[in-house]
Design a protein around this ligand. Structure first.
Ligand code: HEM
Length: 528
């Protein structure tokens, strides 16, 4: 009897001890730690902003949910509002559940902080079982800045960098042409989806080779009700991205990120299962790819990167290199209809430099387009830059983690703090840009009044930063810009389209990554 009693007592004590440990753990991560961090940053309240009220557990989720998610708006516009509303603050401290971030909100601070990469700030590998792996966990974008990373980056830059970008022109055009063949006059198409498909097919062919189509296996995607659906690779990636971004906004996952990490809960389990399936198919494609021109095979040929690493790096590029361009294209097609005088000017330039005043048509682009003809087009260059300034497809940098505490001007950033660059802050800065919320391509033309800052000075070199800057800047800048320009010229020439008036007049519409808006185009005429 005494034995049973002491046994039960032992179990109860162990249980109580366990409950106490969990409560203390939760209290530390969700109340004590964020509260202490807020207290730390309150000492610098002239420099850094934070939400007026501290909400334990959820942090700023309540505000984001009420202002953006529930209203169907783009959550990233929080950063645009931060740039405009908190203009006088150089940074903003925000928290979501266990995570918190410092958003750098000022060009001078951005400049100083980016110089501290990688010695004081570096990437933090994210190992979320669901999204992270599909997004290239441990690949180029998530690895720390080691010697091996530098070597890999150099090798990849050689295969996709400025000197290589023009060899991809036929691939860009081939996939545009294939897509437009499915259009019919009078139909309304979801351009966001179409552009994503085109850019995904482009980057897949560049990375895995031209034989990818024949080898492309169908993917088993598990739906919410547990049944499976056969989809293609692109559809699978889109579905996983959608499911994982949805899961990322689930309050439970916000509060306890390890639920995602360890695939706890039906939705997280499903996301992991789908990511596993996607990974299986990509690995299979890598194993079968014979095209010696593919980036994957070229990188392996150097003998300097092992197979597993090359696989992860290529996955990172697949993920980073398709939506950025397709979203930019949608913003461009949208802005053309919003600003008819801009459209007219750009069409004139394309007519003059590319079509040579009626000598050629859209069907001749494969023969006449090259990097020199693109470089001659000053207005195209201004327009593309203004799209990337006004509607950056990535509204913030990836995360950087402080390796040690450091001071940037007056602000002390503690060790382990996650820091992110708010790109709107630089690109909508009223000290750098005249009327920053307006869409004016001429602001990149040195002969225009809009070229200088409102006080008549040269703009800060980091005021325009859609690819960020420094050691971890986007390595796809050259290929991304060229692809963007070619897709834009092709679609402008291949279709006459219109966008609904209601969409054009809605100031919340944006096509940045994770935006809930889709661009619908009514096709009036097909010119191919
Ligand atoms: C208009 C097109 C694009 C834009 C605006 C863009 C923008 C960005 C931004 C803002 C970052 C984060 C940099 C940081 O955290 O400081 C990034 C990273 C990255 N981008 Fe792009 N990108 C574009 C196209 C591409 C393309 C086409 C590729 C590949 C072919 C690519 C590959 C990458 C990679 C691998 C990273 C991670 C870099 C690192 O951590 O070292 N991007 N990009």
């Amino acid at each position: 009897m005494a034995f049973v009693y002491s046994f039960l007592k032992g179990i109860i004590f162990t249980f109580l001890f366990f409950v106490l440990a969990v409560v203390m753990y939760l209290a530390f991560w969700f109340i004590v730690r964020p509260f202490k961090k807020r207290k730390h940053f309150q000492r610098y309240s002239d420099t850094i902003g934070y939400s007026p009220t501290f909400v334990p557990f959820l942090g700023d989720y309540k505000h984001l949910n009420e202002e953006y998610i529930q209203k169907g708006k783009f959550i990233g516009h929080f950063l645009r509002d931060l740039a405009l509303g908190y203009g006088k603050k150089k940074a903003f401290f925000g928290s979501l559940g266990m995570d918190d971030m410092v958003f750098v909100n000022d060009v001078e601070y951005l400049t100083d902080i980016s110089k501290l990469v990688p010695h004081y700030l570096d990437r933090e590998p994210i190992d979320t079982t669901g999204f992270g792996r599909v997004g290239g966990t441990g690949g180029l974008g998530q690895s720390k800045t080691t010697k091996y990373w530098k070597k890999r980056r150099q090798i990849f830059t050689k295969t996709i960098g400025i000197n290589q970008a023009s060899r991809f022109i036929p691939i860009f055009l081939k996939h545009c042409q294939k897509g437009v063949k499915t259009f019919e006059e009078g139909m309304t198409i979801n351009m966001s989806e179409h552009a994503n498909t085109v850019s995904f097919e482009i980057i897949s062919e560049i990375l895995y080779g031209c034989d990818i189509r024949d080898k492309l296996e169908k993917v088993n995607y598990t739906k919410r009700d547990g049944t499976t659906e056969i989809v293609n690779l692109y559809q699978c990636l889109m579905k996983i991205s959608h499911d994982c971004s949805f899961a990322a906004l689930n309050p439970l996952n916000v509060m306890f990120p390890w639920l995602v990490h360890y695939s706890i809960g039906a939705e997280n389990k499903r996301n992991t299962k789908n990511s596993d399936e996607f990974e299986r198919v990509i690995r299979d494609i890598c194993a079968k790819s014979q095209d010696s021109n593919s980036v994957y095979n070229q990188v392996l040929k150097t003998g300097e990167i092992d197979k597993e690493m090359a696989y992860k790096d290529v996955m990172a590029i697949l993920f980073a290199g398709h939506e950025t361009t397709s979203k930019s294209l949608c913003s461009a097609l949208f802005q053309l209809k919003k600003n008819p005088e801009v459209e007219k000017k750009l069409k004139q330039e394309i007519d003059e430099y590319i079509l040579q005043n009626g000598k050629y048509t859209v069907n001749d682009l494969a023969e006449i387009l090259n990097s020199q003809s693109l470089d001659q087009m000053d207005y195209l260059s201004c327009f593309v830059k203004e799209v990337l300034r006004h509607d950056p497809p990535a509204v913030r940098s990836l995360g950087y983690k402080a390796k040690a505490s450091f001071k940037v001007k007056d602000l002390l950033i503690p060790k382990n703090q996650i820091v992110v660059f708010n790109l709107y802050a630089a690109q909508y800065d009223e000290k750098q840009w005249k009327e920053p919320t307006k869409f004016i391509p001429e602001r990149f033309d040195p002969s225009s009044d809009y070229f200088l800052t409102p006080s008549g000075k040269q703009r800060h070199p980091y005021a325009f930063c859609p690819f960020t800057f420094g050691t971890r800047t986007c390595p796809g800048r050259a290929i991304g810009l060229m692809e963007f320009k070619i897709l834009l010229i092709y679609f402008m020439l291949a279709i006459d389209y219109e966008v609904e008036k209601e969409t054009l007049e809605n100031p919340d519409v944006t096509y940045a990554i994770l935006s809930p808006y889709a661009l619908n185009l009514k096709i009036n005429k097909i010119n191919v």
